[in-house]
Design a protein around this ligand. Structure first.
Ligand code: CIR
Length: 271
């Protein structure tokens, strides 16, 4: 099936969720202190404003106190033009968040698929949709059964899935890379060294700025975490329009720019 090359970064819609006060109990690989809710709310508002500045319709869902990590909506679903797939997060405390997203996506999509295999785990942060394929990183949160279940659903919608590896000790595949255009990926040298990005144009993060790899291309903007000047300059030098957003609080929970939204352009009866 042929699709427009820019379908991987042109979006009419996004969904975000306000940070909950319980965010102080959010998951983290290394404890560098609890996030501070007030600056997180300010950064979140800046992020939503940046998405809206591109002309997209952005829905901001109410905070869910029962799920400390629920601001990181990306992990709950994969949104493609043909339909949405509800994830099965590998973090036990996050499984219920995906169920909360299903009825929201049903208001935008005629097709919302669920993964029924209870041994399957997969989180949206491990999934990179490019102009030609869906890359899915096997990680501590995403297993082979999760990838197989996703593949069964999305192949029927005309998408090719390729299983790759999230580097050991890295939370998600997209912790280390992001799509800049249909053929260009911003990535850490450690991820690129694995060979999984062969055939793409790759821009590397600067040494010591690996956390800059989690960015998003959203319509005409590349939205990057603030504080990584050399990587930002490299992305600008490649011709992209960059907007930076403060990420100090989400970073304490291993979150970045991609985690904070679901981005999509639904096609079909409700699209
Ligand atoms: C977690 O460990 O699940 C959250 N504290 C961070 C999730 C970040 N999500 C993402 O990169 N897609």
């Amino acid at each position: 099936m042929t699709r427009p090359a820019d379908a991987s970064f042109r979006f009419t819609h996004a969904i975000c969720r306000a940070p909950a006060a319980s965010i102080t109990r959010g998951l983290r690989a290394v404890d560098t202190g609890d996030p501070d809710l007030e600056p997180m709310r300010r950064h979140h508002a800046d992020y939503v404003a940046a998405l809206r500045s591109t002309g997209a319709e952005v829905t901001v869902l109410p905070a869910l106190d029962a799920y400390p990590d629920s601001v990181f909506v990306e992990d709950t679903a994969l949104c493609l033009p043909e339909g949405a797939v509800i994830m099965r997060p590998g973090a036990a405390s996050r499984l219920g968040e995906a169920g909360e997203m299903a009825p929201v996506l049903e208001t935008f999509y005629a097709r919302v698929a669920r993964i029924s295999d209870e041994e399957a785990f997969i989180e949206g942060g491990d999934i990179l949709v490019t102009g030609r394929e869906i890359l899915v990183g096997r990680s501590a949160r995403t297993n082979a059964r999760g990838i197989a279940a996703l593949e069964r659903i999305t192949s029927a919608w005309g998408h090719a899935v390729r299983e790759v590896r999230t580097p050991p000790g890295v939370l998600h595949f997209k912790t280390d890379c992001s799509l800049l255009d249909a053929e260009t990926i911003l990535a850490t040298p450690r991820l690129d060294a694995s060979g999984c990005l062969a055939g793409y144009r790759v821009i590397h993060t600067a040494p010591g700025e690996e956390a800059a790899a989690n960015a998003i291309r959203f319509n005409d903007l590349v939205i990057m975490a603030a504080g990584f000047p050399r990587t930002e300059a490299a992305v600008r030098a490649a011709g992209f329009r960059v907007k930076t957003i403060g990420n100090s609080e989400c970073a304490k929970l291993d979150g970045g720019m991609s985690c904070l939204s679901l981005r999509f352009s639904p096609k079909g009866p409700r699209g």
